[in-house]
Design a protein. Structure first.
Length: 314
């Protein structure tokens, strides 16, 4: 066998990759056969052939146990194979779009504050481009869910809180988003030293930077309520139930009786970015959309909602 033949035999085929992924998912050759709609011997043959071609054991086998597990090499191959599967899935979907004569679709995952402050100017900028983009927006909640959806190809891009450590994804910073203290309009200005003693109302999933700041100064924050929306936080502040602490980008319409003071310089700002798959099948096309989003976010003064004061009392 020539070296070229050897290289060719070491290249996994799609049926072989499907077999090893199915074994990883089901924990057995029998389960993989059921999932793939073939015989158990066919699964065994595919995996054995793949192991011979790669020259490494991929599956730990035991006659005493019905369930099997993957070796380190097997886990490595499955991680890569799942990325390949995601790329193929998106590519097939886009080919189908082309076949139907439709415009190329870009699915963007986003959290609520991005949808209200970034998406409108982004959409306006896209409409001025010579390329006819068809944008599909998908509202998402949890950061871990966002990473998974981007990695699996369910969305092409997603707004994220940086940093993220998924090796399958690439990211770009869009803007820094400082925290804001929401306080009753007639209340005295608050010093950083008093911040830890206030009854605080926060947004669900948006308290980490506040907690990091408190830990850095040896303080413990007094969270009395956790709300789903910024409007609910401001309503609670207006009712005299505490002080709100939220990212500035989340601010919506004004609530009477509530004053907004930036915590920039006291509490670390969160970093908002955009994430996409490292090996996207339409990478050049996707980068065009990313470039437009970055240009929109390069003017944060036009995106971040206004506040009533910059900095806290000293």
């Amino acid at each position: 066998m020539t070296s070229a033949d050897a290289d060719q035999s070491a290249r996994p085929t799609l049926p072989q990759l499907a077999a090893i992924i199915a074994i990883s998912a089901t924990g057995s050759f029998a389960g993989a056969a059921t999932a793939l709609g073939c015989t158990q011997s066919a699964v065994s043959q595919r995996v054995a052939s793949l192991e011979r071609g790669l020259g490494v054991l991929l599956v730990h086998r035991s006659r005493q146990q019905r369930r099997v597990s993957l070796t380190e090499a097997g886990d490595t191959l499955v991680a890569a194979a799942e990325q390949v599967g995601g790329i193929l899935s998106v590519a097939v979907s886009q080919v189908e779009t082309i076949r139907k004569g439709l415009n190329a679709t870009v699915r963007i995952g986003l959290f609520t504050s991005a949808s209200e402050r970034v998406i409108p100017p982004m959409m306006a900028a896209l409409r001025r481009q010579p390329v006819d983009y068809r944008i599909e927006l998908v509202e998402l909640d949890q950061q871990t869910e966002v990473s998974r959806l981007v990695r699996n190809g369910d969305v092409d891009l997603a707004f994220v809180k940086l940093p993220i450590t998924d090796p399958a994804l690439l990211t770009a910073e869009l803007l820094t988003d400082p925290f804001v203290l929401l306080m009753p309009a007639g209340a005295e200005r608050v010093s950083p030293g008093r911040l830890a003693g206030l009854p605080l109302i926060g947004l669900r999933g948006q308290r980490d930077p506040m907690e990091a700041w408190a830990a850095s100064v040896g303080a413990e924050l007094n969270w009395v309520l956790e709300m789903e929306t910024n409007h609910a936080v401001e309503a609670m502040v207006a009712a005299g139930l505490g002080y709100g602490a939220v990212p500035r980008l989340t601010l919506g319409g004004r609530t009477p009786g509530v004053r907004r003071v930036s915590l920039a310089g006291t509490v670390p700002a969160r970093t908002v970015g955009i994430a996409w798959r490292r090996y996207h099948p339409r990478l050049a096309f996707i980068r065009g959309v990313i470039d437009i989003i970055q240009r929109v976010c390069a003017r944060p003064a036009e995106i971040l909602p206004p506040v009533d004061g910059e900095g806290m009392a000293r």
